[in-house]
Design a protein around this ligand. Sequence first.
Ligand code: ATP
Length: 515
Amino acid sequence: MAKQEDKFKKVISHAKEYGYIFQSSEIYDGLSAVYDYAQNGVELKKNIRDYWWKAMVQMHENIVGIDAAILMHPTTWKASGHVDAFNDPLIDNKDSKKRYRADVLVEDFREKIVQKINKDVDKAKKRFGDDFNEEEFRSTNGNVIRRQKQIDEITVELTRVQEENDLEGFKQLILDLKINCPVSGSNNWTDVKQFNLMFGTQLGASAESSMKVYLRPETAQGIFVNFLNVQKTGRMKIPFGIAQTGKAFRNEIVARQFIFRMREFEQMEMQFFIKPGTQQDWFKHWKETRLKWHLSLGMGQDNYRFHDHDKLAHYADAATDIEFNFPFGFKELEGIHSRTDFDLKQHQEFSGKKLQYFDHEENASYTPYVLETSIGLDRMFLAVFSNALQEEELENNTTRTVLKLPAVLAPFKAAVLPLVKKDGLPEVARKILEDLKWDFNVFYDEKDAVGKRYRRQDAAGTPFCITVDHDTLEDNTVTIRHRDTMEQQRVKIEDLRGIIKKEVDVRTWLMKMKA
Ligand code: ATP
């Protein structure tokens, strides 16, 4: 655990030191769970958004994008169920005065038991080597069986208290499991209460005409209310999708995990409208497709897992999370939900406007079902950034900090470095930069020894360094150094564009989804 916390602290400080993420309003001591993207962060974030947009919108003839407003008519949130049910159960510890999400307390407790099982499995794996049969071990080892039983019992009770909104039962579960406050160490808990996560504000200047509106807690509703507009003007035929990326706001109860849980964040969502009855097939399709998108970035298959929901939201008939192995363990990165016809029917009822689709093949009208994929851009940023940050032992007993960002996402694709700040080398370097600029985001650096500059670019995540030296003046060649391998090659200036393009091109990366 200490090691994990250490790694997470490093991620946070590296993000600041290298201009990726700053705390919001830092000079005023910050604002809890609100962050600003800095000069490099904004590029990485944009590249992640573009990578998603390319894969989800532009590569599909039947998916289009929109950009709906953050403020929506307040009835939207009545219809969607957010006014009445977008709550999280909160609980306070009376001694430490710390506030927690009751469900997260129980889930974290359960996860610790999962980790204990995994530890036992790993130990046994080492002991038995090639002969080890994991399935058999899990089904016969006494400790594992006992722990698994406890996990199952917790899951059943957690699902029950949530589904029945049994707040007393919720508190009892926490007491029965002897879950103590990590700060005070006591189990002196308040009752569990429901807390609505939406931020409200006033629209309009005068007291009589103003109305209460909300900052959207998800981007999805902007898609649903525009369903018919897009379908008609785009002459879309089912199955088709509408995607959007944009800000969402939630007054989260606990916000202590950097950009993992923010009060202002960005989502990338796609709602796929389908024929009722086909939702299971599409659920499977989008589960597979989304996992392939993640895997195309090469961040390690073992770092992902699906977590099917035990407790379904009021609108869903199937749901799964793609979880990622963050520095603090496996947590939700993306949700895939089969939302049935809940949203369109609700908006139809509350607006009095028909939101149906006429299917020419069937010669019938129906309310489409919806399959949703919803990923937090900031969580994806954290996944990419924390996975990329590595300390490497080098042969000469030194270490280097390197940010091995997937090249397609890196803020700068290359840095151009004149070996020295004289003899006409800066002029040649700038000429190379001016030319590469048309195709890539390129950095220029002439300060300090070249080795130091290499280290700086390694830590900033730049995939290539291009060094201009005295030989360049003679033969128009430069050294190109690869961030991950530190390998150096002598190449012609005219070949640089092709070499860089091959490594950073969206096509190269997204093609991996087809493999
Ligand atoms: P959690 O259980 O972690 O609160 P959720 O199930 O409420 O998340 P969804 O409503 O399914 O999340 O939202 C879809 C995605 O939006 C999530 O998978 C996550 O990546 C992102 N997301 C949700 N809440 C936040 C937040 N407060 N900060 C950053 N990203 C978020």
